[in-house]
Design a protein around this ligand. Structure first.
Ligand SMILES: Nc1nc2c(ncn2[C@@H]2O[C@H](COP(=O)(O)OP(=O)(O)O)[C@@H](O)[C@H]2O)c(=O)[nH]1
Ligand SMILES: [Mg+2]
Length: 118
């Protein structure tokens, strides 16, 4: 599975939105990992607002749904369990359904990326 890492301490970055669009265009299932949730950029919006703004930007740029996401911090460990659980859910599906095809199908159903508008 692919995680697209997004710095939550800064507002949505054009390059990150474009990267998400490229993944969607190529039908690569992905989840969002919002990083550095402990770090507040001085003078900038709170991390939660940056995260909401990023999700809204995806929707306004053509995504039919927001991919699964996890809020993380390498500094204090936030989101580690959630991230491992997301990966584990794919492993369980892989073993239960017996193959890479099933795991890819599950990832696709979770991510539901739609092609971004041109
Ligand atoms: N406060 C905080 N700093 C972090 C975190 N993750 C990485 N950093 C710091 O951010 C800087 C760049 O780290 P890097 O892992 O290259 O992250 P990048 O900025 O996404 O490329 C380094 O000084 C890291 O110690 C985090 O979760 N919280
Ligand atoms: Mg780096």
């Amino acid at each position: 599975m692919t995680f697209l890492l997004i710095d939550s301490s800064v507002p949505p970055q054009r390059i990150d939105l474009e990267y998400a669009a490229r993944l969607a265009e190529r039908r690569v299932p992905f989840a969002l990992a919002f990083t550095k949730c402990d770090k507040r950029k001085k003078g900038g919006p709170a991390n939660g607002r940056n995260i909401t703004a990023f999700k809204r930007a995806l929707l306004s740029e053509g995504f039919a749904a927001v991919p699964p996401s996890v809020v993380t911090s390498a500094e204090d460990g936030t989101g580690k369990g959630e991230m491992l659980a997301l990966i584990a859910s794919l492993r369980i599906a892989f073993n239960a359904a017996g193959g890479a095809e099933a795991a890819v199908a599950l990832a696709a159903s979770q991510a539901q990326p739609a092609p971004a508008l041109a």
